[in-house]
Write a protein that binds this ligand. Sequence first.
Ligand code: NAP
Length: 297
Amino acid sequence: MATTIIDGKAISKQIRQELKQKTDTFQNETGTVPGLAFILVGENPASQVYVKMKGKACKEVGFYSVTKELPSDISQQELIKLIDAFNNDPKIHGILTQLPLPDHIDEAAVIESIDPKKDVDGFHPINVGKLLIGLDTFRPCTPAGIQELLIRSDIDPAGKHVVVVGRSNIVGKPIGNILIQKQKWANAVVTFCHTGAKDISYFTRQADILIAAVGRANVITADMVKKGVVVIDVGVNRVDAPSSEKGYKLVGDVDFESVKEVADAITPVPGGVGPMTIAMLLANTLQAAQEQVPVSE
Ligand code: NAP
């Protein structure tokens, strides 16, 4: 059987088209335009690119968005004051503080200052807790995008052994927490791997679905997976490519060329998980707006 290359770009496009229609309906019913505030601290070039892409995506689905660019030496108190203004702004339904923040700012304190009802990143401890106990909440965008990729590729994780390599709070832990729930399109048996594992290949070889969120180029090779595995590659790593215009290229955590020969399905990098993250941010923002401005009977 030929390996399925899971096309995140096409799936994300489809989701954004659906969201545009839902946004139009919501606006007709409530007179409200979903609004998303971006907060960008300092001049991290990658963060600037991400925020620009997210702002463009907002425009395409018909959202209102505003970006506050703040100097890297802004105090934590001033930053939290600005977040509080957005917490109280009825035009804003979602707030996203682009991470990482400068070292003098306590990321956890900033995340906790966002109203959980506007926490479209799903990072607030209240929303993390709700996710863990299986309540409806904002799911962090990248993990939500991974589950959506599985759903739309008709790959049901129920009863499967999902091995997650990586345990970050933004990808590894939440995707495991989502797929372990006794819910539809979840109900998997989940194993987490990290640098504390003596030999990750002992675990990865047992995976029916392998999710790599490591941040190291090509650490998963064909000899580390079993035949027929489904591979979701979250990693985005820059490697030198002297012959390319930019001098580098982006690759995942998985050695795509060798692993695709044994996998049933695999996501490419770029064009797999990446485009889904923005689509799910838009979905979370529409959900936030719908919850804050319910349609009157
Ligand atoms: P992170 O916070 O650096 O976490 C990496 C995890 O991988 C850690 O839990 C670490 O273990 C584990 N790890 C590292 N090297 C390992 C090894 N050799 N063997 C086993 N485990 C290892 O990274 P992240 O934020 O989760 O991101 C992971 C990757 O996904 C990055 O490349 C990032 O750029 C990408 N990403 C992509 C998107 C997207 O939208 N496409 C979104 C978010 C992240 P310890 O906990 O033991 O240190």
